[in-house]
Write a protein that binds this ligand. Structure first.
Ligand code: AMP
Ligand code: ZN
Length: 507
């Protein structure tokens, strides 16, 4: 597996520090408002990276913080006349709801900056002791020029950075030794949340939070550190400086950055006001469509948000979902099942279904020859079809192994869908149809895309539906009876008509 590393500006073979395990840190949002779909891009992208690593057999320790102390949170709290805590707690809860709706799994740990202040004070003290930090009137700065490798992630030259930052010298920051020095700790202002420290009652700078939380929950050296590309400089550059100077070890092996989600080719951001919240999008679309849209592009390519592209994503996802439900349908109406249905319902065509009720997909030929196959073993011709289908799995993995190329991985899923539509009919065995269906669902699941009805039916609901189906059959309402059978099939419930009555099992 090869991943693009911002540090080397190259794709590198992925080798974790400990075989079979991955330690991964993703910078999370600052919580003062509902998240916008630009913020959702790293969430979806790196959740997919995590899922793929797990698919490859790695055990992933995934840490993603919430920045719950910040100027913007304080400003919002003052605006509403409530505490910062109330604001951050409210928007963490809202963010978690959005994540769930986008099928972004909760991190192994979601640390909160305000719960980790002790660790931050400790790390700053170590940096002071080692001469990497200095205190001016209660504000502690990092002595950037002392870290020789500063600029290695953003590939910036220190001298260029200095001349570019000359203006800082005349903007009231002249208490710094150097314009490039950045804040580790700042004293409180009136009405701000604060914590005691050896230097002043105050609060930490933003960069130190991630260095500390990453160290606490993952250790001094980690495998992957990720976030949006706007974090490369200065946030991640500063994190490297703090962590490596404190710990005397390389911080993260692989630095992954997603490109921006744009709107009219400009970065979507709160400050520009050109954003849609995830919540707004959810009023118009199933958020699986948003996820599909995000993954249709490679994570390092800029992605322009538009209604047309969302519509295209909606119909792409629908195409996959249609095939998945058609396969469930033809699996239930294949030769073996159909002959049983014919015996019971006696409607003449052997499918247990009126022709008007048949699915309109032309590939779904509902004919049968009455022989029935109910063996776990596939005939040779079916083994060939299966091998053809499995080839798309290899294609999917190949795309994902190449720096998580979800665009090509989705293309492989579409090819598999097309293949299934043209190769599978109700003439095939339920084993083959079920296996290909599971393959499509499984590949989508690696990307976190839900393509089958997930609503869990309770046993009592299933029993009630079965009773209703029996009554419908008694009343010779075969259309309704079949509708119920298909509804259950779509949820992975198989009905078995036996001499003792109807039995059912979950897939
Ligand atoms: P913030 O709350 O601004 O710190 O952002 C949280 C995460 O969202 C960071 O990883 C940012 O890089 C990322 N992000 C913010 N805006 C965008 C955007 N328009 N496109 C992609 N990622 C973004
Ligand atoms: Zn961070």
């Amino acid at each position: 597996m090869r991943v693009y590393n911002t540090l080397s500006k190259r794709k590198e073979e992925f080798v974790p520090l400990t075989p079979g395990k991955v330690k991964m840190y993703v910078c999370g949002p600052t919580v003062y408002n509902l998240i916008h779909i630009g913020n959702a891009r790293p969430m979806i992208v790196f959740d997919t990276v995590r899922r793929y690593l797990e698919h490859k057999g790695y055990e992933v320790n995934y840490v993603s913080n919430f920045t719950d102390v910040d100027d913007k949170i304080i400003a919002k709290a003052n605006e509403e006349g409530v505490s910062s805590k109330e604001i951050s707690e409210r928007y963490i809860a809202e963010c978690k709801k959005d994540m769930e709706a986008m099928n972004v799994r909760p991190a192994t740990t979601h640390p909160l900056a305000t719960q980790e202040i002790g660790g931050m004070v400790e790390m700053i003290q170590i940096l002071m002791d080692k001469g990497y930090a200095y205190n001016v009137d209660g504000t502690v700065y990092f002595r950037t020029r002392k870290f020789r490798e500063y600029g290695k992630l953003s590939h910036k030259n220190l001298d260029d950075l200095r001349s570019g930052n000359r203006s800082l010298l005349v903007t009231g920051e002249d208490q710094k030794e150097d314009p490039l020095d950045f804040v580790l700790w700042k004293p409180k202002k009136e009405g701000e949340p604060s914590w005691p420290s050896p230097w002043s009652d105050g609060r930490p700078g933003w960069h130190i939070e991630c260095s500390v939380m990453s160290k606490k929950y993952l250790g001094e050296e980690i495998d992957i550190h990720a976030g949006g590309e706007d974090l490369i400089f200065p946030h991640h550059e500063n994190e490297i400086a703090q962590s490596e100077c404190c710990n005397g070890k390389p911080f993260a092996r692989y630095w992954l950055h997603n490109a921006f989600l744009n709107i009219d080719n400009r970065k979507m951001s709160k400050s520009l006001g050109n954003f849609f919240t995830v919540r707004e999008i959810s009023e118009k679309y199933d958020l699986q469509v948003l996820r599909f849209f995000m993954l249709s592009a490679h994570y390092r390519s800029p992605l322009n948000f538009s209604a047309d592209l969302m519509e295209a994503a909606a119909s792409g996802l629908e195409r996959i979902r249609n095939t998945v439900s058609n396969l469930a349908y033809i699996k239930e109406n294949n030769r073996a099942e159909a002959s049983a249905a014919a015996n019971l319902t006696g409607n003449g065509d052997g499918t247990g279904k009126k022709s008007s009720e048949k699915q309109n997909d032309s590939s779904v030929a509902a004919g049968m020859d009455g022989s029935g196959i109910d063996s776990g073993r596939l005939e040779e011709s079916e083994q060939e079809i299966l091998a053809g289908a499995k080839a798309f799995e290899a294609k999917f993995d190949e795309a994902m192994d190449d720096d998580f190329n979800t665009a090509d991985a989705i293309a492989a899923i579409f090819e598999l869908v097309k293949y299934a539509n043209s190769h599978l009919t109700s003439e095939n065995s339920p084993e083959l149809i079920g296996t290909v269906r599971d393959e499509i669902v499984g590949l989508c699941d690696i990307l976190g895309l839900i393509v089958e009805e997930k609503e869990e039916l309770l046993d009592a609901d299933i029993e009630a539906l079965i009773a209703e189906r029996q009554a419908a059959r008694k009343a010779r309402d075969f259309a309704r009876a079949d509708e119920i059978r298909n509804q259950l099939a779509g949820q992975g419930i198989t009905l078995l008509d036996t001499r003792e009555g109807v039995k059912w099992k979950r897939a």
